[in-house]
Ligand binder design. Structure first.
Ligand SMILES: NC(=O)c1ccc[n+]([C@@H]2O[C@H](COP(=O)([O-])OP(=O)(O)OC[C@H]3O[C@@H](n4cnc5c(N)ncnc54)[C@H](OP(=O)(O)O)[C@@H]3O)[C@@H](O)[C@H]2O)c1
Length: 229
C-alpha cells in the first residue's frame, strides 16, 4: 500500500482527505490535536485501513524535522491552514505572523522533509490545499489571501523544478467549505461544499495516470442560490 501524509488531519477538510485516501493508502495524519488524530486513526482502523497519528505543530521547524525527515511517503497533502479574516487595521501582529507561519512557512518545513525521498525514488505527489482566495481578493483577506497567493507561486515553481524527476505538484483551490474554519454567519450556508467534496477532488488528482499532471483544480459549490440536493 502506498503512503499518504496529510497535515491538518484532525478535523475539517484534512480529516475528510485522510479518510478518503485511506481506501488506497496507509495514512500518516499530522495536526496538533493528538486526541482527535487518535480518534481518526481508530476510525480508519475500524474501516480496515491503517493510520499513524503524529501530533505535531507544522510551524515548529525542529519538531517537523525530527518527526518527518526522511519519512517515505508517496503522497503529501499540505492542508493545514488558518484564517483570521478581518480588516487589515484590526489584525494583530501575532495573527498576521501565525497565518504566514501555518499557511506558508510550514510548506517549507513539511515539504522539505519528504520531497528528497520522492525525488530519489523518481515518484511522488505533493498536493497543496490553496483557496479561491489564492487568485482573488476580498475584504478581510489581506493576510489570508496573500498567503494563498504565495501558495500558488510556490506550487507552480516547485512543479517546474521537480516534474522531470517524476514528482507531481498540484494545488486544489476550494471555494467555501462547511468546516470550523469560518463559522457560519447568520446567512444560510446550505450551499457550501462539504469537506468530502474536496477530499474526492484530491483522490481524483492522486489517481491520475503516471504521465498526467493536473496542476491546478478549482472546486466550487455550484451556486449559492441553489442549496445542495
Ligand atoms: N473552509 C473553507 O471554506 C476553506 C476554503 C478554501 C480553502 N480552505 C483551506 O483548507 C485548509 C483546511 O481548512 P479547514 O476548513 O479544514 O479548516 P479547519 O477545520 O479549521 O482545520 C484546520 C486544520 O489545520 C490544522 N492546523 C492548524 N494549525 C496547525 C499547526 N500549527 N500545526 C498543525 N496543524 C495545524 C488543525 O489542526 P490542529 O488545530 O489540531 O492543529 C486542523 O486540523 C486550509 O488550508 C484552508 O485555508 C478552507
Amino acid at each position: 500500500m502506498p503512503t499518504a501524509l496529510v497535515t491538518g488531519a484532525s478535523r475539517g477538510i484534512g480529516r475528510a482527505i485522510a479518510r478518503r485516501l485511506a481506501a488506497t493508502h496507509d495514512i500518516v495524519a499530522v495536526a496538533r490535536s493528538g486526541d482527535e488524530l487518535q480518534a481518526l486513526a481508530d476510525e480508519i482502523a475500524r474501516e480496515g485501513g491503517r493510520c499513524r497519528a503524529i501530533p505535531l505543530d507544522v510551524t515548529d521547524a525542529g519538531a517537523v524535522h525530527a518527526a518527518l525527515d526522511g519519512l517515505e511517503v508517496d503522497v503529501l497533502v499540505n492542508n493545514a491552514g488558518i484564517g483570521v479574516l478581518k480588516p487589515f487595521l484590526e489584525l494583530t501582529p501575532d495573527e498576521w505572523r501565525r497565518m504566514v507561519d501555518v499557511n506558508f512557512n510550514a510548506l517549507f518545513h513539511v515539504t522539505r522533509a519528504v520531497l528528497p525521498g520522492m525525488v530519489a525514488r523518481e515518484a511522488g505527489h505533493v498536493v497543496i490545499i490553496g483557496s479561491i482566495a489564492g487568485r482573488s481578493a476580498f475584504v478581510g483577506g489581506t493576510c489570508y489571501a496573500a498567503t494563498k497567493h504565495a501558495v500558488m507561486g510556490f506550487a507552480e515553481s516547485l512543479m517546474l523544478e521537480v516534474r522531470d524527476a517524476g514528482v507531481k505538484v498540484s494545488v486544489v483551490s476550494p471555494g467555501s467549505v462547511a468546516t470550523d474554519f469560518s463559522p457560519p454567519r447568520a446567512r444560510d450556508v446550505a450551499w457550501q461544499l462539504l469537506p468530502e467534496d474536496v477530499a474526492e477532488s484530491v483522490a481524483h488528482l492522486v489517481a491520475t495516470p503516471p504521465g498526467v499532471l493536473v496542476h491546478r483544480l478549482e472546486v466550487r459549490a455550484l451556486s449559492p442560490k441553489r442549496p445542495r440536493g
